[in-house]
Write a protein that binds this ligand. Structure first.
Ligand code: BTN
Length: 263
């Protein structure tokens, strides 16, 4: 274990649990899921300076170069129904937005769980749930935030799609201080979510900063594709779409791709 990369960072999470820092891990989420199965408490956080096999949604690799970005996972054990637990990724997206707002205003949330600066992805969130008897046994929230990476730190195929706080704002950020603020906002919003659901203000925050708002999307969900204009999310975290036929529909899971609209 190493504390070298994040010495300015917190030692305990806002849930009062020790934060584990590693110089290198295959994946903070994979590591934390193992700890969770062995009984680690809610609020445990694992951070790595780099990941050798970081992953995102649909098994995609999460590019994790050393020392310049935040890669961390948070263990939650919420008392929730199975079908509500996926909304925690929206809670995390809202927490990131709030935490970064002062330093980097104008960031937007792309349903279901990415943070965008302009048309480039700044952060990705992956909520993984392990089933228990009456609800999830635990949820591991994995967050990758590009902080001080320069353009050359991204592989060529990502350079047009990804960005970092440094590229957006022109300055460096202290990783530990940033982690503190993000975890604080996450703990606050988790509390709010457990009391009021997304309706307590989180859905409104997301809709006010919604990357897809009014845009034509193709929603891919399993074998199905739905085309429509994205309107926002509802209080259950579903994407609201207006289809070309004028119908309104809400979709709870999938990937939203922006459609190129030719004029
Ligand atoms: C996505 O956009 O598909 C989600 C990316 C999630 C990446 C983070 S980095 C920290 C944690 N560990 C992982 O292996 N993945 C998540």
């Amino acid at each position: 274990m190493s504390t070298v990369f994040c010495e300015d960072g917190p030692r305990f999470s806002p849930w009062g649990k020790e934060i584990a820092y590693f110089a290198s891990l295959d994946s903070t989420s994979r590591y934390l899921k193992r700890e969770a199965r062995n009984g680690a408490p809610a609020g445990r956080v694992v951070v790595a300076a780099r990941q050798t096999a970081g992953y995102g949604r649909r098994g995609r690799a999460w590019h994790s170069p050393p020392g310049c970005n935040l890669y961390f996972s948070v263990l939650l054990r919420p008392e929730l129904d199975f079908f509500i637990a996926p909304q925690l990724s929206l809670v995390a997206a809202a927490a990131l937005k709030l935490a970064l707002d002062e330093d980097c205003p104008g960031l937007q949330i792309k349903w279901p769980n990415d943070l965008y600066a302009g048309e480039s992805k700044l952060a990705g969130i992956l909520a993984e749930m392990e089933p228990g008897t009456a609800g999830p046994a635990f949820v591991v929230l994995g967050i990758g935030l590009n902080v001080n990476a320069g353009r050359d730190d991204f592989p060529p195929e990502l350079r047009d799609q990804a960005t970092s706080l440094k590229i957006v704002s022109g300055r460096d950020f202290a990783l530990g201080a940033l982690l503190t603020v993000i975890l604080e906002r996450l703990a606050e919003l988790e509390k709010d979510f457990l009391r009021h659901g997304l309706a307590g203000g989180i859905a409104a925050l997301i809709n006010a900063n919604f990357h897809l708002a009014g845009r034509e999307v193709i929603l891919v969900s399993g074998e199905n594709e739905i085309r429509g204009r994205a309107l926002g999310i509802d209080d259950a975290g579903r994407l609201r779409l207006a289809t070309p036929g004028g119908e309104l529909c809400s979709v709870s899971a999938g990937e939203a791709h922006l459609r190129k609209v030719h004029s």
